[in-house]
Design a protein. Sequence first.
Length: 157
Amino acid sequence: MRAQRKILVLGLGNRLLTDDAIGPLAIDAMQARAPGGRVALLEGGTLGLALLPDIEDADALIVVDAARFGGAPGDVRVFEGGAMDDQVSGVASSVHEAGLADLMSAARFAGYLPERRALVGIAPDSTDWGLVPTPPVAAAMPAACAAIESLVERWAR
C-alpha cells in the first residue's frame, strides 16, 4: 500500500461547447493553484472508458463536470458517494454524461471505484458551440475550485 494516497481530480467536458468545458477549465484553474502532493489533476475531456486506468490508480476521485440537477446556471453542487452515483446514473442529457455513467459502472464492475468519490457539478446555461463559458458559469469557477479544495482537505485527514 502507498504511504500517500492519491486523489484524482478529473475534469470532464468538451472545450468547444461553451459551458460543457467547465471540467477542463476547472483543471486549468486548479493547476494555477498548484495543489501538488497527493493530488493528480487530469483533463479527461470526453474520453469515457479510456479513463478507467486513471481511476484504477486513484484512492479517491473528484469529477468536475457540467451537470443538470435543477440549479440555476452557475450553481455549484457537490455530490458525494451514493449521491454521486445517483446523479451520474440519472437520465443523460449528453453523450458525455452517458460516458461518465459507463465509466463509473466499469470501475465498479472491475473493483476500482474509489470509496471516496464526488462529483463537483456546475449547472450549465448553454452547451452550444463556443469557446468561452457563459458569464454565470465562468463566475462559478472560484466556487468550484473551493469545493474541490475542501474535499481534498477533508479527505487528506
